[in-house]
Design a protein around this ligand. Sequence first.
Ligand SMILES: [Zn+2]
Ligand SMILES: [Zn+2]
Length: 153
Amino acid sequence: MLSPLKTPARRGQRLTPARQAILKVLGRSPTPQSPQEILHELKKFKLTINKTTVYRQLESLLSRRLIRAIHLGERSVRYELAHGLAHHHHLVCLDCGKITNIFFPTDLKKQEETIWKKNKFEIFEHSLEFFGRCRTCAEKLKKRPQHKNVPAA
Ligand SMILES: [Zn+2]
Ligand SMILES: [Zn+2]
């Protein structure tokens, strides 16, 4: 895995301590993190940073393409390093919210070229998430008694 701090800042712009800390947090996290989780981790860096600042810094890192946003529904967005892991996709459990990175070969790069030729649409990147139920949740579901006793009110 690359160290996030070795990732060059574009156009010679320096990274503020807050941005460096966010990259560090994301570099340590095995899976994409929500802004709330990032904020929680940032407290360990003894930085005075609030929610608004975190959102602003995330936007800035996004626009420099140092991080990537994973959209997991209308109101749920998580972030990961753009150059952290090798190209991968995600398995998202709809029961417990667990996210697993998954690595497999695809010909999506080829598809992107075809799209460019056909639609003249310039693709910067893609993200692919699979939504379902993880093994732990499936096993819990199996163990659950079929007929529950309704407790008396
Ligand atoms: Zn892909
Ligand atoms: Zn689950």
